[in-house]
Design a protein around this ligand. Structure first.
Ligand code: PLP
Length: 426
């Protein structure tokens, strides 16, 4: 018997009920799983205090932000727009840290309300200093080593533009001194889906960086080690055990305090870890076809909802839920609905250009296809509206199993409302 990936977030009846009540494609999130992941993150080993920030780029729906905020989790924002979005969800500016490639045009927004800021370049530090002399500021450092699930999610090392290169220490100190800035936080984030061993090594390197800033007279209070904790979506993949990877880091904070007298608070910024396996997409089989080489299932979803498949060759469990129960299986390629040959739900692992068939339950038009592990970097990072397909709706299942709409389906009207017709039809 061939082993198929099975449903883990939803059961078959939930899939059929949600598809009937809300239509497809639809993102579905579980409040219970979101909260269970939040508890694990809040339990991260630490010596002198912990702040967990949710990397809201992973999924920005305000209900998800609120679920985490209610748990005591703060926000890591990657743009001023994310800051404003979190503020609209009701999260106070002082609980938001902005770490962005793009310096906000409106530097005033939020800063007078306590928004925290990490300078990610010498230019950002200089510009912040011009407007906020003598204030506290964090600095994001590229420690010279990175690790990501793919090269595209690696944010450390000389091939990455994130943060200030660690050897530019003197320039950082000079810039801070020019404006009387007090550097109080060092931040390193080396990638998404990082190798836990490299993450631990970078934690040690980051402590050495902190020591240099302390020696230069900056009172570093916090070391933020970013996110990147690997999450297994497929049944054969392993997730990072936060307890296991956090304990040696806690010990190194204790050792650091013994040597320097400085008790550093730890910050972490998980995104994927908190939401990846708390979400799934329910799509519908809209066609079934074959070539001499492959059988294809065509779904009414794809890169419009889960772009990371065609971007990274990411692997997500795909489960066919047939309208009538069947034990029949078939080897399939699964395609999305876009007029784009790269819109494939079954790429080869890590190679978005290669195809990889999967054994699935035999599919008929009208059956459902569930793409699991779709809570992180799916709704927030999809190629929305390509081929003018409307944005999918989002649904949250609460503790009683009740499904509520948390974002309605987009419309053609939404897509064209900001267009202006300046060309006349003759
Ligand atoms: C600065 C920063 N922190 C945290 C994260 C979250 O990473 P992950 O979702 O892999 O945990 C990211 C992701 O790109 C990031 O850039």
């Amino acid at each position: 018997m061939i082993n198929l990936e099975t449903l883990s977030l939803l059961d078959k009846n939930q899939v059929r009920d949600i598809a009937r009540d809300f239509g497809t494609p639809v993102y579905v999130y579980s409040q219970e799983v979101l909260e269970a992941q939040a508890d694990k993150a809040l339990d991260f080993p630490n010596a002198f205090g912990l702040t967990v920030r949710y990397a809201m780029k992973a999924n920005s729906n305000q209900n998800i932000l609120r679920i985490f905020y209610n748990k005591g989790i703060e926000i890591d924002a990657s743009s001023i727009y994310e800051v404003e979005r979190a503020a609209k969800a009701g999260i106070p500016a002082e609980n938001i840290l902005l770490t962005s490639q793009e310096l906000p045009l409106n530097m005033v927004f939020g800063f007078n309300k306590g928004l925290q800021f990490n300078a990610c370049s010498l230019y950002q530090l200089e510009t912040y200093g011009l407007e906020h002399q003598c204030k506290e500021v964090g600095v994001r450092i590229n420690p010279g080593l990175g690790s990501g699930g793919t090269n595209r999610t690696n944010t450390g090392g000389s091939g990455s533009s994130f943060g200030i290169w660690h050897e530019q220490f003197n320039e950082i100190i000079d810039t801070a001194e020019r404006y009387g800035l007090k550097i109080n936080k060092i931040h390193t984030h080396i990638g998404s889906g990082s190798d836990p061993e490299i993450w631990k090594k970078v934690a040690g390197m980051s402590l050495n960086i902190v020591k240099r800033f302390l020696n230069a007279g900056h009172d570093i209070k916090i070391l933020n080690l970013g996110g990147g904790y690997k999450v297994g979506r497929m049944s054969y993949e392993k997730s990072t055990d936060l307890q296991e990877c956090g304990k040696p880091v806690r010990d190194s904070f204790i050792e650091f305090a013994e040597k320097t007298g400085k008790e550093l608070k730890l910050e972490i910024e998980p995104g994927t870890f908190l939401v990846a396996n708390a979400g799934a997409v329910i799509a519908e089989v809209i066609d079934v076809k074959s070539t001499p080489k492959y059988n294809f299932i065509i779904t009414n979803s794809g890169m419009t909802e889960v772009t990371r498949l065609s971007l990274y060759g990411a692997q997500h469990p795909i489960v066919v839920v047939s309208k009538s129960e069947t034990d029949e299986r078939e080897k399939y390629m699964v395609s999305g609905h876009c007029c784009e040959s790269g819109d494939i739900l079954t790429p080869a692992a890590g190679d978005s250009e290669a195809l990889s068939e999967r054994w699935l339950t035999k599919a008929k038009i009208g059956d459902f296809v569930v793409i699991e592990g779709s809570g992180a970097y799916c709704s927030s990072m999809s190629v929305k509206n390509y081929n003018s397909y409307p944005t999918a709706s989002e649904v949250l299942i609460n503790h009683d199993g009740k499904a509520s709409l948390i974002r309605s389906r987009g419309s053609l009207e939404n897509m064209v409302e900001r267009e202006k017709c300046v060309v006349k039809i003759d």
